[in-house]
Unconditional design. Structure first.
Length: 176
């Protein structure tokens, strides 16, 4: 799908679903001596997520990982629909859209690796970071020019909010 084709879907998106590792993070972990695994998240992605929530978009996280620090960060942004430890992501996807009466055609899903592909094939707009696995790029309608954890989430949220007239760039910061 070319850029013009994917842009036709932007005005219909009401719901964002994101993977965590490789999408909201750069996909690396720092393993501490006590076994804790630390991840880095981009503050600009966080701002875009918070702004989208404030504008009335649905935000859901479906991740195979299960890090308490990640959950706390997402909750601090106002995200309430968080599925961690999800190894069959399609199950959580169906549960989320059914429980919230959301049509798959109005959903954007951003993933970066093979476990994301089954959900990406079900949504209206499948997108990925620039550094996603080649198999994910092959099923994506849009490939961000940004890498995972480096603003890819902000890139697509901002595009959709601009098309829908909900992004004006003059928001007051509402979180740290």
């Amino acid at each position: 799908m070319d850029d013009k084709s994917y842009k036709e879907y932007l005005e219909h998106i009401t719901t964002f679903i994101f993977d965590v590792d490789g999408v909201l993070t750069d996909g690396t972990v720092t393993v501490m001596t006590n076994g804790d695994m630390l991840r880095r998240m981009n503050i600009k992605d966080g701002y875009a997520l918070k702004t989208a929530i404030d504008a009335g978009f649905n935000i859901c996280i479906i991740s195979g990982g299960s890090n308490l620090g990640v959950q706390k960060r997402l909750e601090s942004l106002g995200i309430t629909d968080i599925y961690l430890g999800a190894h069959q992501k399609v199950n959580q996807f169906h549960e989320y859209v059914t429980n919230n009466n959301i049509e798959a055609k109005n959903v954007l899903y951003m993933g970066d690796d093979i476990p994301d592909i089954p959900v990406m094939k079900l949504v209206g707009l499948a997108v990925c970071p620039q550094d996603a696995a080649i198999e994910v790029k092959a099923v994506s309608h849009y490939i961000s020019h940004k890498g995972g954890g480096q603003g890819a989430v902000r890139d697509i949220i901002e595009q959709i909010m601009k098309v829908q007239g909900k992004w004006d760039g003059n928001f007051d910061a509402k979180y740290d």
